[in-house]
Design a protein around this ligand. Sequence first.
Ligand SMILES: C[S@@+](CC[C@H](N)C(=O)[O-])C[C@H]1O[C@@H](n2cnc3c(N)ncnc32)[C@H](O)[C@@H]1O
Length: 210
Amino acid sequence: MHSTNDSATFWENHYAGTDAQWGTKPNVVLTELLADLAPEPGTALDLGCGHGGDALWLAAQGWQVTAVDVSRTALDRVDAGAAATGVADRVRTERHDLAATFPRGTYTLVTATYFHTPVAIPRERVLRLAAEAVAPGGLLVVVEHASVAPWSWQAGQDIRFPTPAEVIASLELTGDWHVERGEAPQRTATGPGGRTAMVTDTIVAVRRAG
Ligand SMILES: C[S@@+](CC[C@H](N)C(=O)[O-])C[C@H]1O[C@@H](n2cnc3c(N)ncnc32)[C@H](O)[C@@H]1O
């Protein structure tokens, strides 16, 4: 395991060696979920945005997006993608090591999609801050792996992923919230080189009362 201070180094190295086009498409789990749960755009905070597939898609749907990552390289690519697709006025990138600092403000949508890292970080605390950043009537969406794809950096490791109920409990929600989703469906995922495999995701969506 890496120390907390290694987040920027690890992810800079990761993105330096990653095709800039990888991860520029939105997560299908998120797009399907939002069609049901948040069809009208508002303000969105994308935590661990990577190359910005979700952030750029949200902006194209009319959302005003704050896209956050620890990697400057990833954020520069998000900025470039926003400029190239004509949504630069709806995407603001902010660099944070979320183990140390968190964006200000509240948002009608806060997302953390596949916010996994081999570096030791207080992940549950970050997700609790994510819940606190949800505005009244707004939605927190957490989508994460519940199985390991064969092309993952976690492949071959014996990992016990938290269940949806455990993820919801770890948020320690205070006040009035409605659980919109708490499930672990399977889907066919496409990895590098077009390789496919069945994977399981954990999907949690909770809405703060308006
Ligand atoms: C597995 S990737 C997922 C990227 C994107 N959300 C997606 O679904 O394709 C995890 C992302 O979290 C970011 N990340 C990891 N640790 C972080 C930290 N401590 N603070 C901010 N971002 C972090 C990484 O740089 C990476 O972009």
